[in-house]
Structures are given as structure tokens and as C-alpha cells.
Design a binder for this molecule. Structure first.
Ligand code: ATP
Ligand code: MG
Length: 261
């Protein structure tokens, strides 16, 4: 499969993807936090929700309703605070609560069109929320869109470690460099006394990253205010030290210059 060109009205400098070997580890959260962190630095950022059958990006950013379109194609939605441009299948459906029951080729086709037929405009970064796992869609996204690197998300269970290895190996097979590994839900800090609890056992991310020879971006604690912000559509207001780590890793990996003011 060859890489597709964007349309004449779009130019995206750097495309990065967020992947994980399995679902529910926080891929969409990491996608959103990376996009927010880059936008806060002053970069122009888009988010492509390529998790076609489980889209959650619009909800996190509080964007709803249908995308505008013109003869030239679709226009992304834009978030209120930071002007992050967003495209998701959920913004094309008449009803957000209807499942998408398409088969693989149709799904892959939709993602391709998000790249070719959307008027993204001028972007410094596009962050792609890939579907979980190492199946058809992540494969075709990586083949058809010029993804420069991948952030991998893990959680500290043993099974997750195995799936991280799978994800990293898949990236390698696709010849896509891994920007770094984030371990999500590593610990909880007691809001009263600050004691750190490891509900899933000892954090394993740093060691795993070392073993896989990929950079370690850091640990993300379980933080109820993150899921609350996501549920309320206010992810742009969320603050966490991991966010700068994510943005720095992306800027370093892509060699992006300072944002244009
Ligand atoms: N560090 C965290 N602290 C608290 N809640 C979290 C954290 N990370 C993720 N969550 C919550 O867990 C749920 C799953 O996270 P998220 O949607 O980011 O995962 P995902 O890997 O994209 O899942 P899926 O495979 O379903 O797409 C969400 O409700 C999210 O708000
Ligand atoms: Mg998700």
C-alpha cells in the first residue's frame, strides 16, 4: 500500500500516532493530552480519531454535531479553547449512539478519507488516535498515512506488557519509529495523605521501555480528575506533568521548530 497525499488545502508538517496493543489502557487520553500540550506550546494541532468503531475524541474535547462540508471536502470541528481541529466518525453520524457496523475495508477507507478529503488547513502536528490492537486499521493507517512516529501506551499488568511488546514489534515491522512509551494508571496517590498505592503491582514501564530499547516518556497516575475532565468534555482544561513530557518527546522526535506566533 502506498502513502496517500493530503489535498491541496491541507498541509500537515508532522503526523504522529498513538497506539497500544489492547484497548482501555488510555490511548485516547494520551492522544488528547499530547494534542493539548502541543497546542498550549503554540503549535497548530489536529486530532484524527482513527478509532472508527470506538470513537471517544469528540466527547473528551466537548465537540458535537456534524462537520461542515463544502465541494472541496469536510472541515474539521474546532475546539473552543485551543482551536484544536478534530475529525472523527462520530462527527459524521446522524446519531452519536449508533454503532458503526462496517467491515474492515470500509473502515480503512474512512480513515484514508480523513487524511485525503478533509480540509485540515495548515497544521504543525496531527495526532492520530489509532484503534487498539495490531489489526487491520492501525496497519492500514500506518501504511497509507505518513506517520513519523508512534507513542505507545501501556498499563502495568503483565498481560499488558506482552501486548506492548507486540505493539512495539508491529511498529518495527512497519518501519515506524517509536517516539516513546507512556505507562498509564501506574499508581494512585492518596488525596488525603499522598501515600502512593500500586493497584496493579509494581510499575513496569521504565523497565519495559529499556528492554524494548524505546524512550520512556513517563508514568501517569490514576487520576479521577482526568476521567472527569474527559467525561465533561473539558480535557483542554486538564493539567498534568506528563503532558509536557509527551509534547517534548514529540517535538524532539520530529525535530519541529519553534511554533510560529
Ligand atoms: N490515568 C487515568 N486516570 C483516571 N482515569 C483514566 C486514566 N486514563 C484513562 N482513564 C479513563 O479510563 C477510560 C479509558 O481511557 P481511554 O479512553 O483513554 O482508553 P483507550 O485506550 O483509548 O480505550 P479504547 O481502547 O476503548 O479506545 C476513560 O474513561 C478514561 O477517562
Ligand atoms: Mg480510545
Amino acid at each position: 500500500m502506498e502513502e496517500y497525499e493530503q489535498n491541496a488545502l491541507s498541509s500537515t508538517r508532522h503526523v504522529i500516532g498513538v497506539m497500544s496493543g489492547k484497548g482501555g489502557v488510555g490511548k485516547s487520553s494520551v492522544t488528547a493530552l499530547t494534542a493539548v500540550a502541543l497546542a498550549r506550546m503554540g503549535y497548530r494541532v489536529g486530532v484524527m480519531d482513527a478509532d472508527i468503531t470506538g470513537p471517544s475524541i469528540p466527547q473528551m474535547f466537548g465537540v458535537h454535531g456534524k462537520l461542515d462540508s463544502a465541494d472541496t471536502g469536510l472541515f474539521p470541528a474546532q475546539t473552543e479553547r485551543l482551536g484544536i481541529r478534530i475529525v472523527s466518525l462520530n462527527l459524521l453520524l446522524d446519531r452519536e449512539d449508533r454503532p458503526v457496523v462496517w467491515r474492515g475495508p470500509l473502515l480503512a477507507g474512512a480513515v484514508k478519507q480523513f487524511w485525503t478529503d478533509v480540509t485540515w488547513g495548515d497544521l504543525d502536528f496531527m495526532v492520530i488516535d489509532l484503534p487498539p490492537g495490531t489489526g487491520d486499521i492501525p496497519l492500514s493507517v500506518m501504511q497509507s498515512i505518513p506517520v513519523e512516529g508512534l507513542i505507545t501506551v501501556s498499563s502495568p499488568q503483565d498481560v499488558a506488557a506482552l501486548v506492548v511488546r507486540k505493539a512495539v514489534n508491529m511498529a518495527r515491522m512497519m518501519e515506524k519509529p517509536v517516539i516513546g512509551l507512556v505507562e498509564n494508571m501506574s499508581y494512585i496517590a492518596c488525596p488525603k495523605c499522598g501515600e502512593v498505592i500500586h493497584p496493579f503491582g509494581k510499575p513496569a514501564g521504565a523497565e519495559l521501555a529499556l528492554e524494548m530499547e524505546v524512550p520512556f516518556i513517563g508514568e501517569m497516575p490514576i487520576d479521577p480528575s482526568l476521567s472527569e475532565a474527559a467525561d465533561r468534555g473539558e480535557i483542554e482544561a486538564y493539567e498534568s506533568p506528563i503532558m509536557q513530557g509527551l509534547a517534548d518527546a514529540v517535538v524532539k522526535h520530529t525535530g519541529a521548530g519553534a511554533p510560529k506566533k
